[in-house]
Design a protein around this ligand. Structure first.
Ligand code: S3P
Length: 174
């Protein structure tokens, strides 16, 4: 079960880092949001609108369970995956769960231009307040789910990927 699972808030860089890491170590990369969109034929935003968040969360858990039957893959999760206790329990059995942690400022800066893709934040009157509260409520959950926390503030993709490679190497995870 040598999989690498990337967790972290929206905008923390899970997809970009996962893709780059996959090139470096030649492992298959799967982005869960994209996979859910491909399977259902609609965007995550549409799914939230049509069927609600809880429908999406069920899809997430089901997909995660399916993916973890595989070996040697890199999985980029959606930022809210740790909202479910069931997911934290599943993830806790994995030995390489990497939390890309970013400060509120970093997240706010990165997300301002990408709100359309984020139904949790779209049409929000007070974006900063919503992001701050959501981050605060999720902080402990990311911490419980992860084996390693990487602070991504002020770092480029190569630097973050470099830190992950050092961790994998040191812990002989692959
Ligand atoms: C969500 C994050 C999104 C996506 C969905 C819900 C969240 O993924 O799964 O919009 O609740 O934080 P990203 O973290 O890739 O933006």
């Amino acid at each position: 079960m040598n999989n690498i699972i990337l967790i972290g808030f929206m905008g923390s860089g899970k997809t970009t880092v996962g893709m780059q890491l996959s090139k470096k170590i030649s492992l298959e990369f799967i982005d869960m949001d994209l996979e859910i969109e491909k399977e259902s034929g609609i965007s995550i935003s549409e799914m939230f609108k049509l069927y609600g968040e809880s429908y999406f969360r069920k899809k997430e858990v089901n997909l995660l369970n399916e993916l973890l039957k595989k070996d040697n893959i890199i999985i980029s999760t959606g930022g809210g995956i740790i909202e479910s206790e069931e997911v934290i329990n599943i993830i806790n059995c994995e030995n390489c769960v990497i939390w890309l942690d970013a400060s509120e400022d970093t997240i706010i800066n990165r997300l301002e231009s990408e709100l359309d893709k984020r139904p949790k934040l779209k049409n929000n009157k007070n974006l900063e307040f919503t992001i701050k509260n959501l981050m605060k409520s999720r902080y402990k959950k990311y911490k419980r789910a992860a084996n390693i926390r990487i602070n991504v503030d002020g770092k480029n993709i190569d630097e973050v990927v470099g830190e992950i490679l050092v961790y994998i190497d040191k812990n002989m995870l692959l």
